[in-house]
Design a protein around this ligand. Structure first.
Ligand SMILES: C[S@@+](CC[C@H](N)C(=O)[O-])C[C@H]1O[C@@H](n2cnc3c(N)ncnc32)[C@H](O)[C@@H]1O
Length: 205
């Protein structure tokens, strides 16, 4: 018999994933395998970030905090700050990472990338996962200037996307690289993982 999907609450993709995580037998139970894959992609991204013991990391557009959760076990003395402009997403990210926040490893803030200052603190790695503006035709001038101002000398920006349909990562990597280069970033690495259908770009300012 076909399984039925009943109407559930209207949630964003990341909120639906958070809902499965907190209640695997609930409304979105049919999507539990998707959640498992989803967690895998954040662990994959944490691996690409090649975290060093004293890294200072910034994630923007952190959603409900899955990537933060994947990064925390790899930090020794390091810290991660994550921001999102959605108060609901930040509230969920706080719930998810409450233990690491108490240990002082994680700071979660409701903020838009363009308005974020954090008292002049600079980061050696800035990353985002599935934040759209890098692959649209919109100008990246303001965002690029802001990312540069948040990076320490020698710091890097990491941009992750996925899962993408088919070979969607090929065009995504091309478009994001072009957009970054237009803003004088130097793309130093780009690749994809065919199994989880995710891709990434690493660039220096
Ligand atoms: C598709 S969701 C991805 C969430 C999370 N990175 C993940 O992979 O689960 C994009 C998130 O980026 C946030 N976002 C988009 N533009 C932003 C900006 N300029 N500043 C802060 N957050 C932003 C949105 O609020 C949303 O939570």
């Amino acid at each position: 018999m076909e399984s039925q999907v009943t109407a559930g609450p209207r949630l964003s993709c990341s909120e639906a994933l958070a809902s499965i995580s907190s209640n695997p037998a609930g409304h979105f139970a049919n999507l539990t395998p998707l959640l498992m894959k989803s967690h895998e992609r954040y662990r994959w991204a944490a691996g690409i970030l090649d975290i060093r013991s004293d890294d200072k990391i910034l994630e923007f557009g952190c959603g409900v905090g899955f990537a933060v959760e994947a990064v925390v076990p790899l930090l020794k003395k390091g810290v991660i700050t994550a921001i999102d402009r959605s108060p609901l997403a930040i509230a969920k990210a706080v719930q998810r990472n409450v233990a690491a926040i108490k240990l002082g490893k994680v700071k979660l803030l409701k903020a838009d990338l363009l308005g974020f200052t954090n008292e002049g603190i600079k980061y050696n790695k800035v990353f985002c996962f599935n934040v759209n503006f890098f692959w649209t035709n919109k100008s990246l001038e303001k965002e690029s200037k802001q990312i540069r101002s948040l990076l320490k000398k020698g710091g890097l920006v990491y941009i992750f996307y996925g899962p993408l349909i088919g070979k969607g990562y090929e065009s995504r990597l091309q478009l994001v690289s072009q957009n970054l280069e237009k803003q004088s970033f130097k793309v130093i690495q780009s690749s994809y993982n065919e199994r989880i259908r995710c891709c990434y770009i690493v660039a220096e300012p």
